[in-house]
Design a protein around this ligand. Structure first.
Ligand code: B12
Ligand code: SF4
Length: 438
């Protein structure tokens, strides 16, 4: 008999959360490898197409499929009591899941997606509910939090932690042989309007604030054939009974989407054009502008890329060199020119800059914001989240207890480092600068 698995994407406990093309992609990928070999059901607390959220007007998607989550205000955790912001729980109400559990026959295994390290309270909540309703079910955690904070995660009461990216221990625990050619299990959703793709793993850079190379290693392309099969699945999956396309937006979760483009992204996009696939592509995870050539920019625009998020972080050369030299200012300026010449709209191009980095003293953030603005594109402040095990994250032990993941929260660290007033001043300035961009 096939075992039965519940796929679970927990709610988010945070000061802020927004559906910026958020999908539990690790979880769906694991489930895809087991397609046909086990029985699945999915409960996604963050699915905005669930009728409970879909009916709420204020949660409607914007033109690219992003939007707000349903949320409830809750008390700040005691260690964050000093942070002058409201703490909230984002996602479907808890009693919906409790009711769901009582309606179903218990599953053998529960696979839970973990994402930001500082979101573990949502995992605690769902483990508590599963334990109560289905005491015999085996709970498995995998993903970013488990990988970066494994000793903390061990205290949550799960039965098995899938740490890192070598999945062999998971297959042994589940006693199934995966089919690694299978795409993610997108059909687990009844309705879908946003999809995710990842054409590669890892990154050739090793920025001092980032964990990617430590976890995934250097850049490695995924199978093009599998990515194309996944694109096909998403596009077909999105056609409703009336024949209209629902998956209109696809976000890339790659860390280095443009690296070795001739081997990875270019062949993929050429196939997109050949198959006449009509979707909007987005790059919420910053692109490295160093790799944007005029030809690549043209191909991206032609294939359907609509929003471009570019990693700048700081315009200070000293800061850039101190943190890994992933990008320099002239490279950003040239990339913007090429994208605009290729037909991208400047108001859809955004440069990310880190707010509250521990080396802010040499970052010249305000000057950097004005520099990005002078290129005619939008800026977005990416609040710094200190990550344990990275040089910059470890340096933050000077200010916070890094063994408590709540202190990795991106709202918390900039507030502790710079203070509430300065953080707000910089955010206001960014809003003001963006006003003169289309
Ligand atoms: C996509 C992404 C985002 C998306 C959102 C993703 C989401 N659904 O929430 C966006 C762009 C919005 C985003 C935003 C941010 N992000 Co981000 N993001 C990522 C990225 C690239 C992938 C995460 C992901 O979806 N992984 C799942 C898929 C893609 O992984 P996979 O390879 O298929 O998974 C393998 C294994 O991990 C495992 N696995 C994965 N999931 C599961 C689940 C189960 C059950 C099992 C068994 C196994 C398993 O199996 C897979 C097979 O090998 C990671 C970096 C990375 N490469 O992991 C950073 C990362 C998670 N982000 C990070 C950061 C810093 C941020 C920001 C704070 C940046 C900023 N300042 O704005 C914000 C925070 C947003 C917020 N609201 O708080 C940090 C982590 C920070 C932290 N403290 O946890 C990371 C690790 C990058 C880094 N700099 O090191 N991010
Ligand atoms: S380029 Fe991006 S993904 Fe690569 S190490 Fe630097 S921040 Fe991380």
């Amino acid at each position: 008999m096939k075992s039965k698995i519940l796929l679970l994407n927990p709610p988010i406990y945070d000061f802020a959360a927004y559906d910026f093309w958020l999908k539990p992609y690790g979880l769906l990928s694991i489930a895809g490898y087991l397609r046909g070999k086990v029985e699945f059901i999915l409960f996604d607390y963050l699915d905005r197409l669930n009728p409970f959220m879909a009916k709420l007007k204020e949660l409607q998607s914007d033109e690219w499929g992003r939007g707000r989550f349903y949320c409830e205000q809750i008390a700040n955790p005691p260690c964050l009591a000093q942070i002058p912001r409201y703490f909230r729980r984002f996602g479907l109400p808890r009693n919906m899941f409790q009711h769901f559990l009582t309606k179903q026959q218990p599953c053998d295994f529960i696979l839970i997606q973990t994402m930001m390290t500082y979101w573990y309270k949502g995992i605690q909540e769902v483990i508590e509910d599963v334990h109560k309703a289905w005491p015999k079910a085996k709970i498995i955690l995998g993903g970013n939090y488990v990988t970066l904070c494994s000793s903390h995660a061990q205290r949550l009461g799960a039965d098995f932690l899938m740490q890192g990216i070598d999945l062999q221990p998971l297959w042994e625990y589940l006693s199934v042989t995966p089919d690694l050619k299978q795409p993610a299990l997108w059909e687990a959703y009844e309705k879908l309007n946003v999809g995710v793709l990842k054409l590669s793993d890892g990154c050739p850079f090793n920025c001092t604030y980032c964990s990617v190379q430590k976890v995934y290693g250097k850049f490695k392309a995924r199978s093009l054939e599998r990515s194309l099969a996944e694109l096909q699945l998403l596009v077909e999956r999105g056609v409703d009974s009336a024949g209209s396309l629902q998956v209109e937006n696809i976000a890339f979760y790659d860390d280095a989407l443009l690296f070795e483009a001739e081997k990875v992204l270019i062949p993929f996009l050429e196939e997109v054009l050949k198959r006449d696939v009509k979707v909007n592509f987005h790059t919420p995870n910053a692109l490295n502008v160093r790799f944007i050539t005029s030809e690549l920019a043209k191909l991206m625009v032609q294939a359907g890329f609509k929003t471009f998020y570019l990693g700048l972080e700081s315009a200070s050369l000293q800061w850039q060199q101190r943190t890994g030299s992933k990008v320099f200012c002239d490279e950003l300026a040239q990339a913007v020119q090429k994208l605009v010449a290729a037909g991208a709209y400047p108001q859809n191009i955004t440069a990310y800059q880190i707010l509250g980095h521990p080396h802010s003293d040499i970052q010249e953030l305000e000057k950097s914001m004005r520099f990005a603005n002078s290129l005619g594109i939008r800026g977005m402040l990416a609040d710094f989240s200190p990550i344990p095990g990275t040089p910059d994250g470890e340096y933050c032990r000077k200010w916070v207890d890094m063994d408590e993941p709540l202190f990795h929260n991106k709202t918390v660290f900039p507030n502790i480092l710079l203070g509430f007033d300065e953080t707000n001043r910089l955010k206001d300035l960014q809003r003001q600068l963006n006003r003169n961009i289309g």
